[in-house]
Design a protein around this ligand. Structure first.
Ligand code: FMN
Ligand code: 173
Length: 387
């Protein structure tokens, strides 16, 4: 491999071309296939599936194909700067790990394995409210590496406040509020498999360890799982919240707040009015509304509406380096990946996640160079042509 630029590049490529890497898949499709072979059908379907006919899952991918990269030549790409500056921090790569709940259904080490792999690569992890493990344990595994906390509103404000306090104390540096899941979506694979893992107590690690939850429950949560899950079902989720409820979150945390699940430019404008610190354009990987706009297609109008006032991140359908560059060219500061790292976790635990992250980082680096660019900040709309 000729000239791999700087230290970050050297770390990405370490061992990548050694024969033993042949054990693990390379393409997204092969990771997905390997995960499908290893996981129980209901678990794989839970991850891969989307809402209804899964049209949105397909829309997300099709949207990337409608944009084509027009590479430039002779621009000195010997060393590339892949860093991203976001909310006062500098991250080595332009991607983060999307919040994904219930990871113990994929691998017994779940979020702990993911946190270790992310920390090795300096990739920030966003930890879900419905993580299998408690947020403190995941934070300890991340060993000082940056992580954000994703909040699902609870019916009970005291529990929500307790989660926010715990997140700040455990070293999380931003709060991501997910807006696009006010109710449980219509997911036909899960209904066909009769598999609703959160009703089996798979994603309640944060609740089992929460002093407010436990006090209200009035018993030791682990000793009476049925009562615990019933109570969790009563307080989890809050479809009644409105924009005005954001003030409650603001009052209970000093951390920056990002809203995840914005698709309409008018909602992006409202987000600015309500003083949030960032926006994540996302359709939850196609898991909520069947036949909804692809996240990438929603991005340009939101970028125009926000006018650089806050950073915009994007997820849903990112699979390869070129996808990341397209999202950045359309105005995203960084992106989130979901299923790709979960398939890495399914196939080879921590090592699998690390390998997926390295492969994506390498693909981004090489594609950037081949586009005639040597930094992410030099990417803009002029890199793309709409098909
Ligand atoms: C199995 C699974 C569980 C998820 N759980 C959460 C969650 O707990 N909180 C959340 O905000 N988003 C959740 N998401 C959505 C992801 O954060 C992200 O938006 C989506 O996976 C991105 O799309 P991609 O998988 O196509 O990359 C989940 C997605 C999957 C696949
Ligand atoms: O599965 C999901 O996408 C998700 O966000 C979720 C929401 C509630 C409970 C468990 C997972």
């Amino acid at each position: 491999m000729a000239s791999v630029g700087n230290e970050v590049q050297n770390q990405i490529y370490e061992g990548m071309f050694s024969p033993e890497q042949k054990r693990l898949p390379v393409s997204f499709e092969d990771w997905e296939k390997a995960a499908n072979n290893l996981l129980a059908k209901h678990s794989f379907d839970y991850v891969a599936g989307g809402a209804g006919s899964e049209e949105t899952v397909h829309n997300n991918r099709d949207a990337f194909k409608r944009w084509q990269i027009v590479p430039r030549m002779l621009n000195d790409v010997g060393s590339r700067d892949l860093r991203v500056h976001l909310l006062g921090h500098t991250f080595p790569h332009p991607f983060m790990l999307a919040p994904i709940g219930l990871q113990s259904i994929i691998h017994p080490d779940g979020e702990v394995a993911v946190a270790k792999a992310a920390a090795k690569m300096g990739v920030p992890m966003i930890v879900s409210t419905v993580s299998s493990k408690p947020m403190e344990e995941i934070s300890a595994a991340a060993d000082g590496s940056p992580k954000w906390y994703q909040l699902y509103w609870n019916e009970d404000p005291e529990i929500t406040a307790s989660f926010l306090k715990r997140a700040e104390r455990a070293g999380y540096t931003a709060i991501v509020i997910t807006l696009d899941a006010p109710v449980t979506p219509w997911k036909e694979r899960d209904l066909t498999n009769s598999y609703l893992p959160f009703m089996l107590g798979e994603g309640i690690g944060n609740y089992l360890t929460d002093p407010v939850f436990c006090k209200k429950l009035g018993c030791d949560p682990e000793s009476d799982m049925k009562t615990t899950i019933d109570y969790w079902g009563q307080i989890f989720g809050n479809p009644k919240v409105t924009w005005d409820n954001l003030s409650f979150i603001r009052e209970h945390t000093n951390l920056p707040i990002l809203l995840k699940g914005i698709l309409h430019p008018n909602d992006a404008k409202l987000a600015l009015e309500y003083g949030v610190d960032g926006i994540i354009v996302s359709n939850h990987g196609g898991r909520q509304v069947d036949g909804s706009v692809a996240a990438l297609d929603a991005l340009p109008e939101i970028v125009a509406a926000v006018q650089n006032k806050v950073p915009i991140l994007m997820d849903s359908g990112i699979r390869r380096g070129a996808d990341v560059l397209k999202a950045l060219a359309l105005g995203a500061t960084s992106v989130l990946i979901g299923r790709p790292y979960i398939y890495g976790l399914a196939v080879a635990g921590e090592e699998g996640v690390e390998q997926v992250l390295r492969q994506l980082a390498a693909d981004i680096d090489l594609t950037l160079a081949l586009c005639g660019k040597n930094s992410l900040s030099s990417i803009d709309r002029s890199l793309l042509r709409r098909k």
